[in-house]
Design a binder for this molecule. Structure first.
Ligand code: PEP
Length: 256
Protein backbone atom coordinates (compact mmCIF):
# COMPACT_ATOMS: atom_id res chain seq x y z
CA UNK A 1 0.00 0.00 0.00
CA UNK A 2 1.35 3.42 -0.89
CA UNK A 3 1.34 6.03 1.86
CA UNK A 4 -1.39 8.58 1.57
CA UNK A 5 -2.54 11.30 3.89
CA UNK A 6 -6.20 10.42 3.26
CA UNK A 7 -7.40 7.15 4.71
CA UNK A 8 -10.11 5.44 6.74
CA UNK A 9 -9.39 2.64 9.20
CA UNK A 10 -11.78 0.16 10.78
CA UNK A 11 -11.11 -1.00 14.34
CA UNK A 12 -13.15 -4.17 14.84
CA UNK A 13 -12.13 -4.45 18.52
CA UNK A 14 -13.14 -7.83 20.05
CA UNK A 15 -15.93 -8.52 17.56
CA UNK A 16 -16.61 -10.98 14.72
CA UNK A 17 -16.04 -14.72 14.60
CA UNK A 18 -13.80 -16.04 11.83
CA UNK A 19 -16.53 -16.60 9.22
CA UNK A 20 -18.09 -13.22 10.01
CA UNK A 21 -14.74 -11.47 9.71
CA UNK A 22 -14.01 -13.12 6.36
CA UNK A 23 -17.49 -12.31 5.03
CA UNK A 24 -17.18 -8.65 6.08
CA UNK A 25 -13.74 -8.40 4.47
CA UNK A 26 -15.02 -9.91 1.22
CA UNK A 27 -17.92 -7.42 1.15
CA UNK A 28 -15.63 -4.47 1.84
CA UNK A 29 -13.21 -5.67 -0.82
CA UNK A 30 -15.99 -5.87 -3.40
CA UNK A 31 -17.34 -2.44 -2.52
CA UNK A 32 -13.85 -0.89 -2.66
CA UNK A 33 -13.89 -1.82 -6.35
CA UNK A 34 -17.48 -0.93 -7.20
CA UNK A 35 -18.31 2.01 -4.92
CA UNK A 36 -15.14 3.87 -4.00
CA UNK A 37 -12.83 6.11 -6.01
CA UNK A 38 -9.41 4.67 -6.69
CA UNK A 39 -7.69 7.30 -4.50
CA UNK A 40 -9.19 5.94 -1.27
CA UNK A 41 -7.16 3.67 0.96
CA UNK A 42 -8.31 1.76 4.00
CA UNK A 43 -6.81 -0.21 6.86
CA UNK A 44 -8.68 -3.04 8.58
CA UNK A 45 -7.80 -3.85 12.20
CA UNK A 46 -9.23 -7.31 12.97
CA UNK A 47 -8.55 -9.29 16.15
CA UNK A 48 -5.12 -11.03 16.15
CA UNK A 49 -6.50 -14.50 15.42
CA UNK A 50 -7.98 -13.39 12.08
CA UNK A 51 -4.93 -11.43 10.89
CA UNK A 52 -3.34 -14.02 8.61
CA UNK A 53 -6.60 -14.97 6.89
CA UNK A 54 -7.55 -11.37 6.26
CA UNK A 55 -4.09 -10.46 5.01
CA UNK A 56 -4.39 -13.36 2.54
CA UNK A 57 -7.87 -12.30 1.44
CA UNK A 58 -6.68 -8.74 0.79
CA UNK A 59 -3.31 -9.61 -0.72
CA UNK A 60 -4.46 -8.80 -4.27
CA UNK A 61 -5.83 -5.37 -3.32
CA UNK A 62 -3.22 -2.65 -2.85
CA UNK A 63 -5.77 -0.20 -1.43
CA UNK A 64 -6.57 -2.36 1.60
CA UNK A 65 -3.98 -2.68 4.35
CA UNK A 66 -4.34 -4.87 7.42
CA UNK A 67 -3.10 -4.16 10.92
CA UNK A 68 -3.23 -5.44 14.49
CA UNK A 69 -4.99 -3.72 17.37
CA UNK A 70 -1.96 -3.75 19.67
CA UNK A 71 1.57 -5.08 19.99
CA UNK A 72 3.84 -5.88 22.91
CA UNK A 73 6.39 -3.37 24.13
CA UNK A 74 8.88 -6.26 24.18
CA UNK A 75 10.58 -8.13 21.33
CA UNK A 76 10.04 -11.72 22.54
CA UNK A 77 10.13 -13.88 25.64
CA UNK A 78 8.11 -14.83 28.70
CA UNK A 79 5.12 -12.53 28.19
CA UNK A 80 2.20 -14.95 28.07
CA UNK A 81 -0.65 -13.72 25.91
CA UNK A 82 1.30 -10.91 24.28
CA UNK A 83 2.07 -10.62 20.57
CA UNK A 84 5.22 -8.95 19.26
CA UNK A 85 5.40 -6.42 16.45
CA UNK A 86 7.69 -8.76 14.53
CA UNK A 87 5.11 -11.58 14.76
CA UNK A 88 2.48 -9.23 13.40
CA UNK A 89 4.80 -8.26 10.57
CA UNK A 90 5.49 -11.92 9.83
CA UNK A 91 1.73 -12.45 9.28
CA UNK A 92 1.86 -9.88 6.49
CA UNK A 93 0.20 -7.04 8.39
CA UNK A 94 1.56 -3.55 7.81
CA UNK A 95 0.04 -1.40 10.58
CA UNK A 96 -0.61 -1.54 14.30
CA UNK A 97 -2.89 0.48 16.58
CA UNK A 98 -1.05 1.71 19.66
CA UNK A 99 -2.40 3.33 22.80
CA UNK A 100 -6.12 3.00 22.07
CA UNK A 101 -8.04 4.57 24.96
CA UNK A 102 -9.62 1.21 25.82
CA UNK A 103 -6.14 -0.25 26.32
CA UNK A 104 -4.99 2.80 28.27
CA UNK A 105 -8.05 2.45 30.54
CA UNK A 106 -8.51 -1.34 30.75
CA UNK A 107 -4.88 -2.46 30.55
CA UNK A 108 -3.29 0.53 32.31
CA UNK A 109 -1.10 1.39 29.34
CA UNK A 110 1.10 4.36 30.16
CA UNK A 111 2.65 6.82 27.72
CA UNK A 112 5.98 5.14 28.43
CA UNK A 113 4.57 1.75 27.31
CA UNK A 114 3.05 3.43 24.28
CA UNK A 115 6.46 4.85 23.32
CA UNK A 116 8.09 1.43 23.68
CA UNK A 117 5.37 -0.14 21.51
CA UNK A 118 5.88 2.49 18.82
CA UNK A 119 9.60 1.71 18.85
CA UNK A 120 8.90 -2.02 18.51
CA UNK A 121 6.49 -1.38 15.64
CA UNK A 122 8.93 0.84 13.75
CA UNK A 123 11.81 -1.58 14.33
CA UNK A 124 9.70 -4.32 12.75
CA UNK A 125 8.69 -2.19 9.77
CA UNK A 126 5.08 -1.67 10.86
CA UNK A 127 3.36 1.71 10.66
CA UNK A 128 2.05 2.66 14.10
CA UNK A 129 -1.33 4.38 14.42
CA UNK A 130 -1.00 6.24 17.71
CA UNK A 131 -4.31 6.94 19.48
CA UNK A 132 -4.53 10.01 21.70
CA UNK A 133 -7.40 11.97 23.21
CA UNK A 134 -8.79 13.52 26.36
CA UNK A 135 -11.53 12.31 28.71
CA UNK A 136 -14.76 14.23 29.28
CA UNK A 137 -13.54 15.49 32.66
CA UNK A 138 -10.30 16.73 31.09
CA UNK A 139 -12.23 18.60 28.37
CA UNK A 140 -14.68 20.08 30.85
CA UNK A 141 -11.79 21.28 33.01
CA UNK A 142 -10.03 22.96 30.11
CA UNK A 143 -7.34 20.28 29.97
CA UNK A 144 -8.01 18.82 26.49
CA UNK A 145 -5.00 20.40 24.78
CA UNK A 146 -2.54 19.86 27.62
CA UNK A 147 -3.64 16.21 27.91
CA UNK A 148 -3.10 15.56 24.23
CA UNK A 149 0.22 17.40 24.31
CA UNK A 150 1.36 15.32 27.28
CA UNK A 151 0.47 12.11 25.42
CA UNK A 152 2.47 13.31 22.41
CA UNK A 153 5.44 14.51 24.45
CA UNK A 154 5.79 11.32 26.48
CA UNK A 155 4.58 8.82 23.90
CA UNK A 156 6.07 10.14 20.68
CA UNK A 157 8.27 13.21 20.71
CA UNK A 158 11.27 11.67 22.42
CA UNK A 159 11.74 9.58 19.26
CA UNK A 160 13.90 10.86 16.38
CA UNK A 161 12.12 13.13 13.88
CA UNK A 162 12.45 10.52 11.15
CA UNK A 163 10.44 8.10 13.32
CA UNK A 164 7.85 10.70 14.33
CA UNK A 165 7.22 11.34 10.64
CA UNK A 166 6.29 7.67 10.09
CA UNK A 167 3.55 7.58 12.72
CA UNK A 168 -0.14 8.04 11.87
CA UNK A 169 -2.04 9.87 14.63
CA UNK A 170 -5.65 9.13 15.57
CA UNK A 171 -7.26 11.85 17.67
CA UNK A 172 -10.02 10.09 19.56
CA UNK A 173 -11.69 12.07 22.35
CA UNK A 174 -12.56 9.41 24.91
CA UNK A 175 -16.00 10.95 25.48
CA UNK A 176 -16.85 10.40 21.81
CA UNK A 177 -15.82 6.75 21.53
CA UNK A 178 -18.81 4.44 21.29
CA UNK A 179 -21.12 7.07 22.82
CA UNK A 180 -22.90 8.34 19.71
CA UNK A 181 -21.63 11.79 20.68
CA UNK A 182 -19.11 12.78 18.03
CA UNK A 183 -16.91 15.85 18.37
CA UNK A 184 -18.22 18.65 16.18
CA UNK A 185 -16.18 19.24 13.01
CA UNK A 186 -15.01 22.54 14.58
CA UNK A 187 -13.90 20.88 17.85
CA UNK A 188 -12.08 18.15 15.92
CA UNK A 189 -10.45 20.60 13.49
CA UNK A 190 -9.23 22.77 16.37
CA UNK A 191 -7.51 19.81 18.00
CA UNK A 192 -6.15 18.40 14.71
CA UNK A 193 -4.61 21.78 13.86
CA UNK A 194 -3.07 21.89 17.33
CA UNK A 195 -1.65 18.35 16.94
CA UNK A 196 -0.20 19.18 13.51
CA UNK A 197 1.36 22.31 15.01
CA UNK A 198 2.99 20.28 17.78
CA UNK A 199 4.28 17.75 15.23
CA UNK A 200 5.63 20.63 13.12
CA UNK A 201 7.68 21.84 16.08
CA UNK A 202 9.45 18.48 16.13
CA UNK A 203 9.77 17.55 12.47
CA UNK A 204 9.20 20.82 10.62
CA UNK A 205 6.21 22.32 8.83
CA UNK A 206 6.77 20.55 5.54
CA UNK A 207 6.97 17.05 7.05
CA UNK A 208 4.06 17.75 9.41
CA UNK A 209 1.90 18.63 6.42
CA UNK A 210 2.31 15.02 5.27
CA UNK A 211 1.42 13.48 8.64
CA UNK A 212 -1.93 11.69 8.62
CA UNK A 213 -4.15 12.76 11.51
CA UNK A 214 -7.35 10.72 11.69
CA UNK A 215 -10.44 11.52 13.72
CA UNK A 216 -12.14 8.78 15.76
CA UNK A 217 -15.23 8.80 17.96
CA UNK A 218 -18.79 7.98 16.88
CA UNK A 219 -18.01 8.65 13.24
CA UNK A 220 -20.96 7.74 10.98
CA UNK A 221 -21.90 8.08 7.30
CA UNK A 222 -23.95 11.11 8.37
CA UNK A 223 -21.22 13.11 10.16
CA UNK A 224 -18.17 11.91 8.18
CA UNK A 225 -18.56 14.35 5.24
CA UNK A 226 -18.50 17.45 7.48
CA UNK A 227 -15.67 16.08 9.65
CA UNK A 228 -13.53 15.07 6.66
CA UNK A 229 -14.11 18.43 4.94
CA UNK A 230 -11.91 20.11 7.56
CA UNK A 231 -8.35 20.87 6.39
CA UNK A 232 -6.49 19.03 9.16
CA UNK A 233 -8.74 15.94 9.31
CA UNK A 234 -7.18 13.37 6.99
CA UNK A 235 -9.71 10.59 7.49
CA UNK A 236 -11.13 8.48 10.29
CA UNK A 237 -10.59 5.63 12.69
CA UNK A 238 -13.97 3.93 12.87
CA UNK A 239 -15.17 1.55 15.58
CA UNK A 240 -18.86 0.57 15.65
CA UNK A 241 -19.64 1.69 12.10
CA UNK A 242 -16.80 -0.45 10.69
CA UNK A 243 -18.55 -3.70 11.63
CA UNK A 244 -20.95 -3.51 8.69
CA UNK A 245 -19.79 -3.01 5.12
CA UNK A 246 -22.39 -0.44 3.98
CA UNK A 247 -21.85 2.23 6.66
CA UNK A 248 -18.10 1.66 6.61
CA UNK A 249 -17.88 2.11 2.84
CA UNK A 250 -20.12 5.17 3.01
CA UNK A 251 -17.66 6.69 5.49
CA UNK A 252 -14.76 5.75 3.19
CA UNK A 253 -16.53 7.53 0.32
CA UNK A 254 -16.65 10.70 2.41
CA UNK A 255 -12.88 11.15 2.10
CA UNK A 256 -13.48 11.69 -1.64
C1 PEP B 1 -12.68 3.53 18.35
O1 PEP B 1 -12.84 2.77 19.28
O2 PEP B 1 -11.55 3.67 17.86
C2 PEP B 1 -13.84 4.26 17.83
C3 PEP B 1 -13.63 5.34 17.13
O3 PEP B 1 -15.08 3.76 18.16
P1 PEP B 1 -16.51 4.31 17.68
O4 PEP B 1 -16.39 4.67 16.22
O5 PEP B 1 -17.45 3.18 17.91
O6 PEP B 1 -16.81 5.51 18.51
Amino acid sequence: MTTSRKLVAGNWKMNLLREEALALTAEIKGMMTTDVSSACQIILFPPFVHLTSIVQLCSDNTRIAVGAQDCSEFSFGAYTGQVSAEMIKSCGATHVLIGHSERRALCAESNEMVRMKIQQALKSGLTPVLCIGESLAQRENGLAFSTVNHQLEEGLFSLPATDVAKVIIAYEPVWAIGTGLSATPEQAQEMHAYIRGQIAKHIGDKAAAFSSILYGGSCTPENAPSLFSKPDIDGGLIGGASLKSRPFIDIVKAIG
